[in-house]
Design a protein around this ligand. Structure first.
Ligand code: ZN
Length: 599
């Protein structure tokens, strides 16, 4: 099986991809995935194919479309190699499809490689640069094994099978690469896009984070690792692969040459959390997988209740890895944790959906959120991270600090992750985490798992954090941009997530517990005046500050092009904003063991 990728037209954003299969005598079916592993939504990549043709032995061959993403080539006159060439419109700037213009090219294999059904064998991939000399400065980066490549990295690569082929994204452009080692394994951060980052600092910090995560599992599961990082104005995201990840980050989040080494801007802290998150997935979901993903069925939704473990536990360890690696302080970590607790507390959807239901319904609910999402669903990432925290602290408590969630992760790694690559290993059964946690605990955790995974009851964190020397506090919102995590005054609040709008304040999301929804305002409304004074997103909090709780005021808003008026009684938000504080005597030994070292 051979694949060839050619950036046919950067101006028209067209990749040409040819798949060639030797020794075909009958009809053959060819299929493009409907989704990409790691991103649980049907994307129907085949809709980006603008042209398809087939050949056998150099002659045109009939090809028929069978459904939205499957084609069948006719039987060749005699046994021959059959090729199918597709032209794919590649203009998706996310980390999960394909993109090509005169600045760079990127593809995730799931969006461009036709699978020859029944012939999932070893494959070769040949990638060429665009033909014009204007692209002579482009180089190529991928985690695929090179077979015969030139100095710029273009050429031939090998993959064990289709599953492996599509798990190695490819980036080409004017790339800057920095390298470091973790336990002798070469790692690279490949930066694409205009940037003037302090790459020495980025390398130093990411190296510490990777070393910390690797130490938790005790070994590295790959021979090399690449962070394929696209830098732009605002895009943000990440997608994990077996020996690489694709990241998208805003330019302003990168470390700057002129800032103090001990200063960690919020954006940079978020970015390090992204590196940490995707890297942790190298173990948790790329190798330790739900049974439902072994193998993936790329034609349709693959349902599992376990995303709370694969995304939630990963989300717990992403920020925890930063403090354990020493790249952020304990206080800074607790601020992030306070923000997560706040996000869950503000989502009344947590009373309507369990974290396992949220996992199962990821395809149609978490990935297809509307403005009512906080009232209807709970994120398996954020609540999953709090379940992981509670499980970790529970294990530490009942074993007097002898065991922790780290031990559960190592056990998961030994039982389900260690010996196998995708498609061949045993996956984690739907209820497979609890027995391993009980093995570590040496006792039943039935009550914990029932409550955390299968009920909508809140997880009590106050009692779990106290023995660590960490106090959990609650307060009302301090302004409309407040995300929690820090102390602050409670101020008057509409109970809405707002955004800038040229005419006033756009109400993006209304919380069902807030006064805006109770008064009849709706998502999408443009609030233009409070008490007959013009309001903008920038002066909203100042405007409200001139009133007192209980004051009745008139609001004016546009719904579509209709002017509406509402009378509301102003109130602060509920006490749903959390912040954490290290107790006066400091972290206890248990607290230090939790935050400052992985056992
Ligand atoms: Zn993730």
């Amino acid at each position: 099986m051979q694949y060839r990728v050619f950036p046919l037209s950067p101006e028209r954003h067209i990749f040409a991809i040819t798949a060639t299969l030797e020794n075909v005598s009958g009809t053959q079916q060819w299929q493009l995935p409907a989704w990409v592993p790691g991103s649980y939504m049907i994307r129907d990549f085949a809709r980006h194919i603008v042209h398809i043709k087939a050949e056998a032995g150099g002659e045109a061959l009939a090809i028929t479309k069978l459904d939205k993403h499957t084609w069948q080539t006719a039987a060749p006159a005699q046994t021959a190699s059959v090729s199918v060439t597709i032209e794919v419109h590649a203009h998706d700037t996310s980390v999960r499809a394909a993109f090509l213009d005169n600045r760079y090219g990127f593809f995730d294999g799931a969006s461009v490689f036709l699978r020859a059904l029944g012939r999932e064998e070893v494959c070769q991939l040949d990638v060429q640069p665009p033909a014009d000399s204007a692209y002579d400065s482009w180089t190529l980066a991928t985690g695929l094994n090179p077979v015969n490549t030139d100095a710029r990295g273009f050429g031939t690569f090998a993959a064990d099978d289709y599953d492996s082929l599509i798990d190695h994204p490819v980036l080409m452009g004017k790339l800057e690469t920095v390298q470091f080692d973790v336990d002798g394994v070469p790692h690279s951060i490949v930066l694409n896009g205009r940037q003037r980052a302090d790459t020495a600092r980025l390398t130093r910090d990411v190296q510490k984070i990777c070393a910390t995560q690797a130490a938790l599992f005790g070994e590295l599961p790959m021979q090399q690792y690449l962070f394929l990082t696209h830098v732009s104005g605002s895009a943000y995201g990440g997608l994990e692969h077996r020996n690489s990840s694709t990241l998208a980050c805003p330019r302003k989040t990168l470390p700057r040459h002129n800032e103090a080494a001990d200063k960690v801007r919020d954006g940079y802290r978020t970015l390090m959390g992204l590196f940490s998150h995707e890297y942790f997935h190298s173990w948790n979901v790329k190798r330790i997988k739900p049974a439902a993903f072994t193998p993936y069925d790329l034609t349709k939704e693959n349902y599992t209740e376990l995303l709370w473990a694969f995304e939630g536990i990963t989300s717990y360890y992403d920020n925890l890895g930063l403090v354990r690696a020493g790249v952020i302080s304990a206080e800074s970590y607790l601020e992030l944790l306070g923000q997560d607790i706040t996000r869950v507390a503000r989502s009344h959807g947590r009373h309507r959906q369990t974290v396992t239901e949220s996992s199962f319904d990821a395809w149609t609910r978490f990935y297809k959120q509307d403005s009512n999402a906080p009232n209807a669903i709970i994120s398996y990432y954020v609540k999953g991270a709090l379940v992981a925290l509670a499980l970790d602290l529970t294990l530490r408590k009942i074993t007097q600090g002898q065991k922790s969630l780290d031990d559960v992760m190592r056990l998961l790694w030994q039982r389900y992750g260690r010996d196998g690559t995708a498609g061949r290993q045993q996956g984690v059964p739907e209820k497979g985490i609890q027995p391993l946690a009980e093995e570590v605990a040496g006792q039943s955790l039935e009550e914990f798992f029932q409550k955390a995974l299968y009920s909508t009851d809140d997880i009590g964190l106050t009692e779990l954090l106290a023995p660590l020397g960490v106090q959990l506090h609650w307060r009302g919102a301090n302004g409309h941009a407040d995300k929690g995590g820090k102390p602050g005054e409670s101020t008057l609040h509409l109970g809405a997530m707002t955004a800038k709008h040229s005419q006033g304040v756009k109400l993006r999301v209304l919380y069902e517990q807030g006064i805006a929804m109770q008064a009849g305002l709706a998502p999408g409304d443009i609030l233009i005046a409070i008490d007959y004074l013009k309001v903008t997103n920038d002066n909203l909090d100042d405007t409200l500050a001139s009133f007192s709780p209980g004051d009745k005021v008139r609001l004016h808003a546009f719904r579509d092009d209709e002017l509406m008026q509402y009378d509301v009684v102003l109130q602060p938000s509920a006490n749903e904003f959390a912040w954490l504080e290290i107790a006066k005597d400091g972290l206890t030994d248990a607290g230090k063991a939790w935050l400052l070292s992985s056992q």
